[in-house]
Design a binder for this molecule. Sequence first.
Ligand SMILES: NC(=O)C1=CN([C@@H]2O[C@H](COP(=O)(O)OP(=O)(O)OC[C@H]3O[C@@H](n4cnc5c(N)ncnc54)[C@H](O)[C@@H]3O)[C@@H](O)[C@H]2O)[C@@H](O)CC1
Ligand SMILES: Nc1ncnc2c1ncn2[C@@H]1O[C@H](COP(=O)(O)OP(=O)(O)O)[C@@H](O)[C@H]1O
Ligand SMILES: [K+]
Length: 497
Amino acid sequence: MQNLLTASQMREADAYTIAHEPIASIDLMERAAHAFIERSLALSLIKKDQSILICCGAGNNGGDGLAIARQLYEEGFSALHIWIIHYNERQSADFKTNLARIETLPISIQSFAQEDELPMIEQSLIIDAMLGSGLNKPLSGSWLKVVQHLNQAKKKVIAVDIPTGMPADGHLMRSMTALFAHEVISFQRPKINFLFPESAYFMKRFHVVDIGLNEDFIARQASDFYEITSNDARAIYKERRPFSHKGTYGHSLLIAGSEDTMGAALLCAEACLYTGSGLTSACIPKTGLTALNTRLPEVMAISREALFHQPLKQYTAMAVGPGLGKSQEISELMKRLLAKPAMPMVIDADALNVLAENQQLFDRLPPDSILTPHMKEFDRLFGEHSYWYDRVVKAREEAQQRKLIIVLKNQYTFIALPNGRILVNFTGNPAMASGGMGDALTGMLVALLAQGYRAEEAAILGCYLHGKSGDLLAETGMAVVPANVLIQNISKVMGNI
Ligand SMILES: NC(=O)C1=CN([C@@H]2O[C@H](COP(=O)(O)OP(=O)(O)OC[C@H]3O[C@@H](n4cnc5c(N)ncnc54)[C@H](O)[C@@H]3O)[C@@H](O)[C@H]2O)[C@@H](O)CC1
Ligand SMILES: Nc1ncnc2c1ncn2[C@@H]1O[C@H](COP(=O)(O)OP(=O)(O)O)[C@@H](O)[C@H]1O
Ligand SMILES: [K+]
């Protein structure tokens, strides 16, 4: 697990590294510039014969820009042009050093003061090194104008560390102006704001490069956000054991589907199967029986009427919600289920809506139950939110107070834990943005609970595997990954973990 830092913590990490390691601040900047170029080349974002405009401020982000320009020149890039935006009086020491280093080279440099008119942009690519994580207020005045001028040029932009004008943490508002970056190469850790959907107003993609800041110091910083890594998933995952049998891996009960949305129950059950539940039973409407038996012969069916006429304790874990629909009958069913719940639970979709309308049921959820709302379901449960940042903070509060695990789904899914931590899942991609994906996730989570993973482990591993399965399929060239295709891939992803 890697903690994510705020901009001010990152500055402290920078200062600590310089104070405690044999590296000077100017050399750290040199390393950052090198890492920026190395990654840009590896991703084919820049080419030697390309005309490149490097826009620099006069702080350390600008210093990075100058170091990048000089190193590109040394690499044989010949069509480089530099703008120095001199709107702020202060120049950082490392900016000054880099300016002195580049002034002797045959690279054209233009400086702009507040009142200077900005020329047309002829270059095909802009490297944005004007303002970085030092931003302390929204852009205004001349800064706003330069960014608008660059945006209007509609050139491809690669931002150094963060797009100029975009705050690294805190509220992201559409009304803020920043230089829109197609790619961002960020240092050491992603900025927290990259993870919220509102970041799409300011940037398309980000990449993170290691610049060798002191990781021990970073690890000691208190953080609200932790990135789930492949190592975390690997550490949690347990291989199937010798002599194990279906009884070893638990019995999942799914309560899902309605006449019109039986597909949700099928996807959930299929994902449960492929994630390794020893036995899977689906409580579905009678109308869905033929579909279930035809498509998933491994899964057992129970009618809604029979559910409470049998001992629920034969099941190890339960998922309720996918495709249930909204009706009085479903509300009643939820109330009965939660009368004396005795097993780990995943609550999704329509079951979340029942909770939203019957908030007293929250108190009956067993501790560590996993709730898997998407944004709209979340707001129905806990109130409207205008900003994702606030929504995530609310998820943390609710998870802590109610001792639940809240899996707030999105491109970066936020897993809020009862201990107040927010874990962020980085796997997954837009090819997965289609109906049924959440049903698949629910099936995966209940399967992991049934196999004896603790709820926190199930949430981490389930989200990781779900996204990873989608990522590997997207990497094969699939522009769209339907849920049922993703599901078929899960067991392979687990096998290769
Ligand atoms: N670990 C790190 O933190 C490292 C940081 N480096 C670079 O340093 C950058 C941060 O540098 P700085 O702290 O010098 O800050 P910036 O270069 O981002 O900003 C410089 C100046 O802009 C001013 N400013 C902030 N918001 C403004 C606004 N809205 N309008 C007008 N002026 C505004 C600030 O007062 C500051 O003087 C990072 O983004 C990164 O590029 C790298 O050199 C290497 C290591
Ligand atoms: N752009 C994306 N990147 C990564 N994951 C995505 C993306 N779009 C959707 N997903 C994942 O797909 C699932 C969608 O869940 P949900 O909206 O409940 O779907 P449904 O109700 O159709 O089953 C979530 O787990 C989400 O993280
Ligand atoms: K920048």
